[in-house]
Ligand binder design. Structure first.
Ligand SMILES: Cc1cc2nc3c(=O)[nH]c(=O)nc-3n(C[C@H](O)[C@H](O)[C@H](O)COP(=O)(O)O)c2cc1C
Length: 219
C-alpha cells in the first residue's frame, strides 16, 4: 500500500498565485521527506515536451558534504553572466516599494545559507542548446522549463518553499563533475533550493498590471 503524501489542500488557483520565491522563509533545520520530493518530480514530469520527447532529468542533492561543495560552486557562479538590467527592467523590478530590497536581502541570506537548505534540486535536459538555432532552442528550453515551474508549484502545494536560481550555470562544468552529470549530453537549467516554509501563508505578488502587457488582436 502506498502512503498518501500530505498537501496543504490549496486550490489550483491558490497554488498558481501564491508560489513565491522563498528565501528568508526556508526552514533550514527541518528535513524534507524524499517521498515528497519524488512526488514533486513525478508531477513535474506531467509538463508538456516538444514532440513528447521527455528528456528532463532532476538531480536532488541532500548529502551534507556534496551540498557544501555545490553551494561553494554556486556562490562562485552567482551573478556571473547575468544580463545587465535595462531601464525598463529596473522600472518594473522596483515598481513595488521595497520589493528589490527584499530580493537583495533574500539573495544574501540564500548565499550565506545555501549549504543548509535540505535539498538542492538541479533540473536538467538531455542535449545541449548552445549551438541550436532559435526554433530548436525554444523547443529545447520549452521542453524543460514548464517542468521546472510545475516542480515549484507541486512543492508549494505540498508545503515546500522553493526559489528559482541560476548560480550553477556559470560553473556548470564544475557542477557536472561534482555530481557526475555527463556535461556533453546533459544540460543543467537551474538550481532550486527546497525546504519546508516557515508558515504556509503566501500572497499574490505585485506585478505589472495585466492591461499594460495584454494585447488583443494586434500589438
Ligand atoms: C529565470 C529565473 C532566474 C532566477 N534567478 C534567481 C537567482 O539566481 N537567485 C535568486 O535568489 N532568485 C532568482 N530568481 C527568482 C526571482 O528573483 C523571483 O522569481 C522574482 O523576484 C519574483 O519573485 P516573487 O514571485 O516572490 O514575487 C530567478 C527567477 C527566474 C524565473
Amino acid at each position: 500500500m502506498t502512503t498518501a503524501i500530505p498537501d496543504l489542500g490549496l486550490t489550483a488557483l491558490e497554488v498558481l498565485t501564491t508560489t513565491r520565491a522563498v528565501r528568508h522563509r526556508l526552514a533550514l533545520d527541518r528535513p524534507v521527506d524524499p517521498a515528497v520530493l519524488r512526488r514533486c518530480v513525478e508531477i513535474a514530469l506531467q509538463a508538456p515536451t516538444g514532440r513528447n520527447s521527455q528528456r528532463a532529468a532532476f538531480v536532488v542533492v541532500t548529502e551534507p558534504e556534496r551540498k557544501h561543495a555545490l553551494a561553494d560552486l554556486w556562490r562562485r557562479g552567482l551573478g556571473q553572466g547575468d544580463e545587465p538590467m535595462s531601464p525598463a527592467d529596473l522600472r518594473r523590478a522596483y515598481a513595488e516599494p521595497g520589493s528589490m530590497e527584499r530580493v537583495w536581502s533574500g539573495l544574501r541570506h540564500l548565499a550565506d545559507n545555501l549549504h543548509r537548505v535540505p535539498a538542492l534540486v538541479i533540473p536538467c535536459i538531455e542535449g545541449r542548446a548552445e549551438h541550436l538555432a532559435l526554433p530548436q532552442q525554444a523547443s529545447h528550453f520549452g521542453s524543460i522549463l514548464p517542468a521546472v515551474w510545475s516542480f515549484l508549484l507541486a512543492a508549494r502545494a505540498h508545503g515546500l518553499g522553493t526559489v528559482w536560481t541560476t548560480g550553477n550555470l556559470a560553473v556548470e562544468r564544475e557542477v557536472a563533475e561534482l555530481l557526475g552529470i555527463p556535461y556533453d549530453e546533459v544540460m543543467q537549467v537551474a538550481l532550486i533550493p527546497v525546504a519546508h516554509t516557515k508558515g504556509t501563508a503566501f500572497r499574490p505578488a505585485h506585478r505589472v498590471p495585466v492591461d499594460e502587457v495584454l494585447h488583443w488582436n494586434r500589438w
